[in-house]
Structures are given as C-alpha cells and as structure tokens.
Design a binder for this molecule. Sequence first.
Ligand code: NAD
Ligand code: AKB
Length: 315
Amino acid sequence: MNILLTGAGGQIGADLVSALVAEGHRVVATDLRPQPERPGATWKQLDVTHAGDVDAIIHDVRPDVVYHLAAILSASGERNPTLAYEVNQTGTWHLLEACRRHAVPRFIYTSSIAVYGPGLPDPCPDDVPLHPTTMYGVTKASGEMLCEYYAKKHGLDCRGVRFPGLISASLPGGGSTDYALFMYVDGIRRGGYESFARADTRVPLMYMPDGVRALLELAAAPRERLARTIYNIAAFSPRADEIAASVARAVPGVTITYAPDPLRQSILDSWPRALDDRNARADWGWRPRYTLDAMTDDLVPKIRALLAGGANLAH
Ligand code: NAD
Ligand code: AKB
C-alpha cells in the first residue's frame, strides 16, 4: 500500500516509519524538516499549516492510508497556544479536506488522554463529557469530532486512538508525560533525575511498541468490526514513584527526586488516572503486551546502547 505520514520526524514516527517499511508498504514520511533517508521510506518536507502544500502532496502520492501525527503537544502547546491551534486544528482540517478531495480511502488519527478534563470516572470510558484544560486537548477533541464529521458526511474512513503518554528510546516532543522517559534517560546518563511531576502523579502510560502495534492493528481492522471512530487504549498507570522504583531495579543506585513544575503538574492533574479500553478490546482485539517492569527491562538496554553510540537524548 501507499502510506503517507505527517509529523513523521517525531517520537511516534521514529518507530512507526520503520514498522510500516517492515510490513512492505511504500512509505512517504513528511515533517517540517527533511530527515535522513531510510531504506524503503521517502522523506519530504511538509508544513501541515499550508493548505496548498498538503493538497499537492496528497494529490501526488495518492496514499491508501494517511497517518496524521503532526502536532504540538500539551506543554509546548500551553507555551504557544496560537501555534498549537494552527498545527493541530487547522493542520488536521487541511489533511481531512485534502483526503476528501482526493478520495483517500483511510485516515488514521492520533488523539490523546488530553481530550479529558478533571472529575471523570476512574478508569475513564470513551464516552464522557470532554472538557480539556489545554489548547492541545481542545484541538485533539476537535480533531476527533472532525474525523467523525468527515466519516459521516463524506464517507472518509477515519479511525483513531486516544493514546496514553508514550515512552520510547527517543526524545519526546514537549509533552507533560515526558518525566517518565527522563527518569530512565537521566537515571542512566547522570545517575539521577529531578522529576517535574509529583511522586504521587498517576496518569495512563504505554510503551511505544504497543502504541505502534495499536496503530497498525487499528488501520488493518475490517471496517465492519469498528463501531466507533476513536478508541481509548490502555496499558499501565503507575504513580511517578512506582516508575522510579522500576528504574531503580534496572539501574541500581539511581536517585529520583521531585520538584513539581506548576504548568505541567496542573496538566497532569487534569487527566484521568486510568483509561477504560473495553471498546478497543471488543471491536478490534486490542491488548497491551508490556507492563511497567517489562517495559523497563526492554527500554534500559536500548537507552544504554543509544547513549553509548552518542545519541542526543538530552532534554
Ligand atoms: P512529536 O512532538 O514527537 O512529533 C510531532 C512532529 O510533528 C514533530 O516531528 C514536528 O516537527 C512535527 N510538526 C510540528 N509542526 C508541524 C507542522 N506545522 N507541519 C508538519 N509537521 C509538524 O509527537 P509524537 O509524540 O510523535 O506524537 C505524534 C502524534 O501522537 C501527535 O498527534 C500527538 O498528539 C499524538 N500523541 C502522542 C503522545 C505521546 O505521548 N507521544 C500521546 C498521545 C497522543
Ligand atoms: C503529552 O503529554 O502532551 C502527550 C500526550 C499524553 O498527549 N504525551
């Protein structure tokens, strides 16, 4: 199949592009900045806020599936809400319009736990009132609704997941859940980390291999099995100090301290502590594979190898 990704140079794209290439697809990976060529993927520059450029690339590539990843994440989005609105809201609309105009068969949307606000059931189901507290969450909720609109009105096969915070051996892009990865990275390279989230912070998290597999499985699911457009998916919901204990088990002697950052802590406190993903499990067979400790066992050697090879994982 012909696949096009937006925002492919980010944390998810780093793993999703190679997974799609490994499945044998022709992959056009786009981002603001061109990236080094990888076998099987063609990199092109694309700013999703430019409607004409979005239309032209969809016209040229004629993708069977678009994975729309480009976004400004929660913490960066609160520092620059105008940019978050332009990229997340207007950019998503440009993609959906181009897909409609050029009859793209399938559109994969990456939503977030950031669509939720405070005071919801624990674990939180798919269908509850959405009152996000960040511009990122507002635009992600709106993107979900745009996907439903284009599906109903124009027959565009839109599908998406609400991701928990994702953890992987690559630099995250300015989210509020980044403290979790930094515990591993700074724990290994410096012997310690001062967490910007309180010790008792508990939000849904997921290891990237599960996140990438969720996108591939949702994209491949038969349409008639899908009763919804957007699905919660869940893996584990540890407290920050439980992540620290898991890191310490694999990196002996590590010291994690806590100095909450008011902006990111208030965002984290507004999100659900755990997600109810029973619809994804029932409709397309979603199951996470990694627990917190299984992630730690897989991730620590990968981060060690990257740091030994000189990778820049500094934040
Ligand atoms: P990221 O910040 O690492 O990557 C986003 C990419 O978008 C970056 O490479 C950036 O250069 C690109 N981008 C920014 N502005 C752009 C523009 N105007 N045009 C084109 N590209 C632009 O984010 P990620 O973690 O890879 O997330 C990918 C998607 O998954 C996002 O939509 C995000 O909301 C969603 N998501 C991520 C997480 C997570 O924890 N990583 C959780 C929930 C949802
Ligand atoms: C963020 O913290 O902004 C992201 C997300 C949960 O969407 N990791």
